[in-house]
Each structure stands twice: as C-alpha cells, then as structure tokens.
Design a protein around this ligand. Structure first.
Ligand code: CA
Length: 223
C-alpha cells in the first residue's frame, strides 16, 4: 500500500514515515498543499494523510478540489485539537476520517487499514456492466438512474452470472447455486426466470445481456 503524507511539521512527518514504513507501507512525504494536489492527481495512492494548515494551500482546499474532480482516494485529515470546525468541514467535504494531534502512529495505521478496507469493500460490493449497476449490499439494481425491481431469485441469478462475465454456466450449476437444488426438476424453471430477468435488465430486445448457448447454458455478455 502506498500512502501520501502531507505534513509541513518535519518532526511529525518523519515519525509518521518511520511508523508507516515499519508496517510495510510505501510512503511519500510532502510539505506543501500545491505539491500535494499535484502528487495526488498524478500518482496512485491507496490513501492520503492530510494536514490542514499547510504552506501553499491548505488541506481542506486540496481535499475539496480532489473531490470536485471525482478523486475518491481515501483521505485522513490531521487536525489540531482546537480545529473542531475544520474537522466538521473536512468530513463534509469528503474526508474519510480524521486524527487529532498528537496521535500514536499505531492509531494512524489502524485508521488507514480501516478506510482502505472500506473503500475496497465498496468496490467489491458493486457490479457494473453495460450501463447496469448491481449493489450487492443494498440489493438495488439500476440502469442509469432508473431503478429495476427484481425478485430475490432473479437477483441471485443476475448476481451469479454477472460476477463472471463471459463465463458459461450450465443449468446444473445454476440450479445448484441459485435454487440450492442438486437435482434437475425437469421443468423450464431456469428458462422462465432468465426470460423475465432479460426483459427487466436489457435496454431493448436486440441487446440481450444474458446470452443462451444452446445445449450448454447461459452467460452474461462480456462487454
Ligand atoms: Ca501544519
């Protein structure tokens, strides 16, 4: 994991660097707000530790501009004990967490691991393909801004196919995974569900997102 530490107090930045490097983080340090913004937008970091009072431009302004340009990198603000308004403003601007100085580097490490886990968890919880968005946590399905209502079974079927675009699943695999059957009920159970699901999720009849492979099974179209 690579972390950008933005802090103009040398004493703090060097103990943070040392502490993070001991935990096997890669660390870049910078002491100026303008340079921080440049680094944050040109390099890839897993998280940014951002002081508020900085030369160049302050941390809140860096954060604000990052978020306005849709940079979602997790940001932990470093604030002084007296800067309550700044903490609130920072969280409103899209900071993921904050630490009040002085702090233990162990605490910073724990916070960093938590925000990075949270962000990568969010990525895993969202499936996207062909304009379709499936949130595995809220179980909302959308095409663009338009919500799509699925039954629990349709949702499981869609999730199962959509997790592996391009991979063909046999009827037996689908029955086992979506219905929990280890036998084939010899009905058109799957076909009926696939037809219904297709109608709900496909933009039009010509563009089918779920493809039939005759005699083999079904697959979610690879885009
Ligand atoms: Ca400072």
């Amino acid at each position: 994991m690579r972390i950008l530490v933005v802090e103009d107090e040398k004493r703090i930045s060097s103990f943070v660097r040392k502490g993070l490097e001991e935990q096997n983080f890669g660390v870049d340090v910078c002491a100026d707000g303008n340079e921080a913004f440049l680094l944050a937008t040109t390099q890839r970091y897993d998280a940014i530790v951002l002081d508020i009072m900085l030369p160049g431009r302050d941390g809140l302004s860096v954060l604000k501009q990052l978020r306005s340009q849709k940079h979602t990198v997790p940001v932990i603000l470093l604030t002084a004990r007296t800067e309550l308004d700044d903490r609130i403003e920072g969280l409103n601007l899209g900071a993921d967490d904050y630490l009040t100085k002085p702090f233990y580097v162990e605490e910073l490490v724990a916070r960093l691991q938590a925000v990075v886990r949270r962000v990568s968890g969010e990525k895993l919880s969202l499936l996207r393909a062909a304009g379709l968005e499936v949130n595995l946590i809220t179980r909302e399905v959308k095409r663009g801004d338009k919500p799509i209502k699925l039954t629990a079974r349709e949702f499981s079927l869609l999730e199962y196919l959509m997790r592996s675009p391009g991979r063909v699943f046999t009827r037996t695999q689908i029955l086992e995974h979506v219905w929990g059957y280890n036998f084939d009920p010899n009905t058109n159970l799957i076909d009926v569900h696939v037809q219904r699901l297709r109608k709900k999720i496909s933009p039009d009849e010509k563009e089918q997102l779920i493809e039939t492979l005759r005699g083999v099974g079904y697959r979610f179209k690879k885009t």
